[in-house]
Structures are given as C-alpha cells and as structure tokens.
Design a protein around this ligand. Structure first.
Ligand code: FPP
Length: 240
C-alpha cells in the first residue's frame, strides 16, 4: 500500500476539481499548450482510478468552461479532439473499473461527434455502481443558475409547481447537478485562488483545498494529500 495512504480515515463522498495549470506545465518545458492538456488527460485517468479505489462516490472534473470557448480556435479544437479520444479509448476501462460516466453543462454546444461519443460512453457505463465521474463540459455556474431559473419558471407556468413552494431544495432540483450531492471537497490545482464560475450554488459548505501542483503533475500522491487535509477539517455547516 502506498505510504501516502497512511492516515486517510475520512473519505469525502463527492470531490470536485478545478484542473488548472496545463498551459504553464507545457510552457515550463518549452512545449505547446496542447501537450499540457494531453498529459493532463493522464492525470484524469489516474485520479479517476484512485478515487474509485478510495471509495469516493462522486468525482466532478471541470474539463471545459463556458469561458474556454474564447480560447484560440486551435486550442479549443485540440481539447475537443482530446476529449473525444479520451472517451473513445477509456470507456472499456471505465466499465472494467465500474465507473459510471455522467456530464453536466450546455452539452449541446459541443461538436456533434463529441456529443455522440459522450452519450455513447454515458449509455455504456450507465449500469456501473462504483465511482460516478461527472465531466463539466461547456459548463458555467451562472449559466446553470439561469437555466435553472428558466426551468423553474416553466414548471410554474405549466402549473406543475406553486411559486410559494420554491425553496433551496426545489431550486437545487432544477440545476444540472440535481442527481448528485453537493461536493464535500473542492480541489484547485496550480495555486490560483479563484472559483472561475464553477458550481457556485453547490459549494456553499464545501471545503477548499488549493495546491501549487500543476494539473499534469497532480497524481495519486497529490490526491492523497488533499483527502488527508480534508480529514483534518471540522465541518460545522454554519452551526457551532
Ligand atoms: C486548465 O489549464 C485546463 C483546462 C482548461 C482543460 C482541462 C482539460 C484536461 C485536463 C484534459 C482533457 C480532459 C479530459 C476529461 C480528458 P490551463 O490551460 O488553463 O492552464 P494555464 O492556466 O496554465 O494556462
């Protein structure tokens, strides 16, 4: 057993990760940014596998934000190709490791072939009962909240919902994340102290962990450190 597994006693039920620093990782090595993303995909595989082994139930990865569409066309295209290839080549491994794939975000914005592959992988892994891997794709928390409000209004207009009944729980049922518990632990790599439009509603009581490690270097030992730090936090949810 890995030494870094010592002392891990409390496992977060849901881990969310802002995977950052791929570009800097590549720049430090004189490589194109896309190389950082390519090696970053290897970190994704390793972290997914390790979360499954640790008994984490949900892992949400911020893989492509609503704002990422503003990047140069070539980089966006390389990221979409990488995502599609990842799904194509890793679905068998997900099945073998009992990983159920899900996705949140404005998925209809993704290139058609990417959407099709995503839905194929989701369908193929739908019976898996281990880790649920949720990819946030073309995801923005403000967009999610706006979409949630539209969905609520529609329910009220159709007479399925009484306006007076709307509370936190009912609103949460209109978000992309309605099937999942809120994250217990949010990890951000590469040292930036920002939320970057990620899960604004869901992280109200989530524990934050920021590491200087760049995403392509974030492997199982780094994950163990984050989980260990989480185990030392006292969560009071506003109570005393
Ligand atoms: C942030 O690094 C990373 C992204 C915008 C994309 C994340 C994508 C991957 C980890 C690879 C593919 C994902 C899957 C699920 C296969 P950055 O480019 O913003 O880095 P920088 O801040 O150093 O420029």
């Amino acid at each position: 057993m890995s030494r870094s597994l010592d002392e891990i006693k409390i496992i977060p039920r849901h881990i969310a990760i802002i995977m950052d620093g791929n570009g800097r990782w590549a720049k430090e090595r004189g490589l194109p940014r896309t190389e950082g993303h390519r090696i970053g995909a290897d970190s994704v595989s390793e972290v997914v596998e390790e979360c499954g082994k640790l008994g984490v139930e949900f892992l949400t990865l911020y893989a492509f934000s609503s704002e990422n569409w503003k990047r140069p066309k070539r980089e966006v295209s390389a990221l979409m190709t990488l995502l599609e290839r990842f799904l194509k080549t890793k679905t068998a491994e997900m099945l073998e490791k009992n990983v159920r794939l899900q996705a949140i975000g404005r998925l209809h914005d993704l290139p058609k072939s990417c959407q099709e592959q995503l839905h194929r992988s989701i369908e193929k892994t739908s019976q898996c009962t281990g880790l649920t891997l949720i990819l946030a794709l073309s995801y923005g928390a403000r967009e999610e909240i706006v979409d949630g409000i539209k969905s609520l209004l529609e329910s009220v207009e159709k007479g399925h919902l009484d306006k007076a009944m709307i509370d936190n729980d009912i609103f949460a049922k209109h978000l992309y994340t309605r099937y999942y518990p809120d994250p217990d632990l949010l990890i951000r790599t590469s040292g930036e102290l920002r939320i970057s439009n990620f899960m604004l509603w869901q992280i109200s009581y989530t524990e934050f962990y920021v590491t200087e490690t760049l995403w392509p270097d974030f492997r199982k030992e780094a994950l163990h450190l984050a989980v260990k730090a989480y185990g030392q936090r006292q969560r009071r949810f506003g109570a005393i």
